[in-house]
Design a protein around this ligand. Structure first.
Ligand code: SF4
Length: 183
C-alpha cells in the first residue's frame, strides 16, 4: 500500500529505492511512518520525486489506515465501501485505490493505468476519450471477477507496455500485430 501511494508519476525502481530508505528508518508500518519527523520522511522519499507532496500524502494515508482499524478494519469492509474509503484519502485516486484493492486486499477490481490506455487505444478498443471508471467497468464486464486473473492481466499489460508497445511501438515483434490497426 505504501508503494501504491509512492508510485504515482514515477518508475517502480524509484519506489523500491524509497522503500529501502524507509526500511533504513525502520518505517514500513503506519505508526512508524507517522513517527518520523516530516522533513526526514520527505528526505527518505526523495527518489520518487514530488517528495514533499508524497510525504504529506503518505502521512494522510497512514492516519486514515490507523483510524479505520488498520488492515483488519479495512478488510472487514465490502469492496465498494472500502474503495470509497480509500478514495476519501487526500492523494489517493482511482488507480492507487484499485492497486490497493487488487494487490493488498485481493478484491476483484481491475486496475487501469497508462499502459492499458495506450495499448487498448492502439488496438482500436478505446477511442481515448473514456474516463477511468468507464474503462474499468468495461474490463470487469468482459472478465470474470477473478483476483488472480486481474492480477496476471494487469501484469501482462504492464510488461507489454514496457517491453513492446512502448511510446515508439515495436510492432514488428508484437504478438498482437495481426489484429492491431495501429501496427
Ligand atoms: S502491433 Fe504495435 S501498436 Fe499494436 S499493440 Fe503491438 S506494439 Fe502496440
Amino acid at each position: 500500500m505504501v508503494g501504491a501511494v509512492l508510485t504515482q508519476n514515477t518508475a517502480w525502481t524509484n519506489v523500491e529505492l524509497a522503500l529501502e530508505r524507509l526500511r533504513d528508518n525502520c518505517a514500513l508500518d503506519a505508526e512508524a511512518i507517522l513517527a518520523i519527523p516530516a522533513e526526514r520522511l520527505a528526505e527518505a522519499l526523495r527518489p520518487v520525486g514530488y517528495f514533499n507532496v508524497k510525504a504529506r500524502r503518505l502521512s494522510a494515508f497512514c492516519e486514515h489506515y490507523i483510524a479505520a482499524g488498520g488492515f483488519e478494519g479495512l478488510s472487514a469492509l465490502e469492496t465498494d465501501v472500502l474503495r470509497h474509503s480509500l478514495l476519501g484519502v487526500n492523494g489517493v485516486g482511482p488507480e492507487t485505490a484499485d492497486d490497493m484493492l487488487l494487490y493488498a486486499f485481493e478484491r476483484p477490481v481491475f486496475v487501469v493505468d497508462a499502459y492499458t490506455r495506450r495499448i487498448f487505444s492502439r488496438l482500436g478498443l478505446l477511442d481515448g476519450g473514456e474516463g477511468y471508471e468507464e474503462i474499468r467497468a468495461a474490463f470487469e464486464m468482459a472478465l470474470a471477477p477473478d483476483v488472480p486473473l486481474y492480477n496476471e492481466y494487469h501484469a501482462l499489460v504492464v510488461r507489454h507496455g514496457k517491453d513492446v508497445c512502448k511510446t515508439r511501438p515495436g510492432c514488428a515483434e508484437c504478438v498482437l500485430r495481426a489484429c492491431c490497426p495501429a501496427a
